[in-house]
Design a protein around this ligand. Sequence first.
Ligand code: CTP
Ligand code: MG
Length: 384
Amino acid sequence: MSTWAVVVAAGRGERAGLGENKVFYCLGGVSVLSRALRALRESALFDGCVLVLAAHDRAAYEALCAREGRCPLVREIAEGGETRQASVLNGLRALPEDCEIVAIHDAARPFVTADILSRSIELARQTGSGVACAPVVDTIKEVEADGRVKTLDRERLRAAQTPQTFRRAEIVRAAEEAEQNGWSATDDADLYERCWGRVTLFTAPESPGNIKLTTREDFMREESAFRVGMGFDAHRLVEERKLVLCGVNVPCERGLDGHSDADVAVHALMDAILGALGLGDIGRHFPDSDNAYRGISSMLLLARVMRMVEERGWRVANADVTIVAQRPKLAPYIEEMRRNIAEALGVAVDCANIKATTTERMGYEGRGEGISAQAVVLLAKGSV
Ligand code: CTP
Ligand code: MG
């Protein structure tokens, strides 16, 4: 007789609004789904796992396995359904005959501990069910349609989580019966109770940490507080072009060649920011094959990059840019560049540093063939 897990990962993650199914989102370099599967595997309590995936997420899952390794616990993949309940039922139907105990777990709860899993399984063996719960911290009010409010006794309330573990035969019967009768429920314990009359709940000391990543704020809270990015760019110096650096028109007989205004310093800075956001580089966002960007001021593009920073809940903590040019002499323009950049990044002037250096006539910058720039930026969470 074996113990299995059914991990449901076939939602859309709409409330998280991350542009993809939230279980594929990487927290600290590892996806939520891999973290959840790893927690189950490392508990050493399971003989196998059925992973429930939406058909349209199969390619994303394969990419995840290629990147993070295939979890050996996953022995079956079942197709997701329209609702979580339908996904669970598909997962239950894919269990092997010799499975006696099954833990149903949300892939969106990656912080589950071995202790919670083991208590859940133990209770299911003894009583038929073991449902992880957390104590309720807020005072919960029940609001009637006519506006009357009833305050519930917090001591008697529990927030149901997963794992919800059951004797397989019993939960399968409960889930099949619900399907036949058209009952719906947001958790498995509810279906079990309707069929078998009683469920066993438990809370563990770590229960408050076993959160379901649901909203964008949940993800932001779990992300590290800082992100760093670096950028580099170089442009050729040619006749009949203006020289624009950090949005300043620098008097010079030659200017930088490029599709936009070729502001090499701002390009390096944008690449540093996009790098910190994990969003690739400026070529991806503002392709030079697109005429919309011909001759455009790079400061306008920087404003768009800053919108991406804000939309994702980050802000710039500080930035440091080095411009490498043999000539012209840039010192007289540095303060104006600095003010421009500080304003665009929304930081104090002392958080936007601009430096210029020569290469003592070595290399392409030294020979005056071109100018390069490097940038480093630190992003902080909006709330830090
Ligand atoms: N889930 C599922 N199949 C569905 C809906 C949900 O397998 N049709 C899974 C989710 O992938 C998640 C778990 O059930 O791991 C808990 O659901 P929820 O937190 O509601 O996730 P989503 O449905 O993805 O999110 P949202 O409701 O915000 O769209
Ligand atoms: Mg949902």
